[in-house]
Design a protein around this ligand. Structure first.
Ligand code: GCO
Ligand code: MG
Length: 407
């Protein structure tokens, strides 16, 4: 069996999805996602200029060797662009493997460890009242877990994760600017206010609700340690990205002072970014994603290492993930013995469903993967002609005195 061709498509309804389609001489094709949020054309170009020419003529069944060829075989390794490109190829090869076997991909890992996988949604409000409305909405939709982000009084600009003014605060979808927008951050105001938010949520919704919160890399290690300790009584399901992710040793201080569960990894690209924090058991959940974490082959390796060290999965699932990578993660979630939770933002607009037909579904706070062979997602090339690339940027963050800070 041989790879005969591969094509990359960039575009989608409201998102620049980067979709790879690998064709074979036996008519079976595979699909992968290389969407690197706000940098989408770069993995697409890397695939087209460097990786696809090598793929032609390779045996698509050799997914491990092909992964090693593009990772170990490269002089300049890792980084989000290259790992997103390798990840897309890898997903497509697992898709082909499943189609050859006539089995859903999770069967190739060892089968299901659970039927449905717990998911969490994004609840958001400009103030506590708005946030509680948003939580009530998700509860009425059957969710058992929500990430909560709230506007901070006195902060000059909107806070991270709060839906745009005038937007629908029930459904959190970030609108990115065509040039970087600016957010203003005050650690002091955040630290004073956020514990009150958790207190109010617990008093209104009780102890059962799984409450997650994303600090989005904004705190210094000592501040994060004090905060994680202070919020222990509210029993968070996790505290996400308390400090910038590249400093693995910063997590030691947090761990030494608090038992609040820590989740990190959505900006990681390889095992080497999280090896130390997993081995030292400095985190509780690993948030790497199949899209820019090297695909299924590499994620599985990370999941296995994490399992030995009591770290559970909590894969990144922001709206920039196309239904293809959500399916790749869905198959891993169905299998992983150390599955924790999956971030899940309903992508299912009619336009998105038409572009990526699939039978996977959400019900009562859980995601169910379909039994279709391969990843179980298709891609309608005709539909894709409706969309094209539109440049967008993440915001930049400044402190109140103008100092540049971490988004
Ligand atoms: C999350 C993330 C996102 C990121 C986005 C950046 O937890 O889902 O923090 O909201 O900001 O993925 O590209
Ligand atoms: Mg996050």
């Amino acid at each position: 069996m041989k790879i005969t061709d591969a094509k990359v498509f960039v575009g989608g309804p409201g998102k620049n999805y980067v979709t790879l389609k690998i064709m074979t001489d036996e008519g079976i094709y595979g699909l992968g996602d290389a969407t690197l949020n706000n940098r989408e054309t770069l993995p697409a170009k890397f695939l087209g200029d460097y990786l696809i020419p090598c793929l032609i003529g390779m045996d698509p069944r050799k997914s491990e060797d092909i992964w090693q060829y593009f990772y170990r075989g490269a002089y300049f390794r890792r980084g989000p662009i290259s790992m997103a490109a390798i990840g897309a190829i890898d997903m497509a090869l697992w898709d082909i493997k499943g189609k050859i076997a006539g089995l859903p991909v999770y069967q190739l890992f060892g089968g299901k460890s659970r039927e449905g996988a717990l998911v969490y949604a994004h609840a958001t409000g400009a103030d506590i009242e708005g946030l509680c409305d948003s939580i009530s909405y998700y509860l009425s939709e059957g969710y058992q877990a929500v990430r909560v982000q709230c506007g901070i009084p006195g902060m000059a600009d909107k806070s991270y994760g709060v839906a745009d003014q005038g937007g629908d605060s029930k459904h959190f979808i970030t609108q990115f600017g065509s040039l970087p927008e600016q957010e203003i951050w005050s650690t002091e105001k955040y630290l004073q206010f956020m514990p009150k938010v958790f207190e109010e949520i617990r008093s209104r919704f009780g102890p059962e609700l799984k409450v997650l919160h994303d600090v989005h890399h904004r705190l210094l290690p000592r501040e994060a340690a004090a905060f994680a300790k202070e919020v222990e009584p509210f029993n968070l399901y996790w505290l996400e990205d308390p400090t910038p992710a590249e400093d693995q040793t910063a997590l030691r201080l947090i761990r030494q002072h608090s038992t609040t569960p820590i989740a990190i990894g959505e900006v990681f690209n390889s095992l080497w970014d999280c090896k130390q924090m997993i081995e030292e058991e400095l985190i509780d959940f690993i948030r790497i994603s199949a899209t820019y974490g090297g695909g299924i082959t590499h994620l599985r390796r990370i999941v296995e290492l994490a399992a030995i060290h009591n770290v559970r999965t909590g894969f990144h699932g922001a709206p920039s993930h196309s239904p293809i990578s959500m399916a790749a993660q869905g198959h891993l979630n169905a299998w992983a013995p150390n599955f924790g939770i999956q971030e899940y933002l309903v992508l299912g607009t009619p336009e998105c469903d038409a572009l990526f037909p699939a039978e996977h579904f959400y019900q009562d706070g859980m995601f169910y993967i379909s039994d279709a062979p391969g990843l179980g997602v298709d891609f309608d090339e005709q539909q894709s002609e409706r969309y094209s690339f539109e440049r967008t940027y993440h915001p930049v963050v400044r402190l109140e005195d103008g100092t540049l800070w971490n988004y």
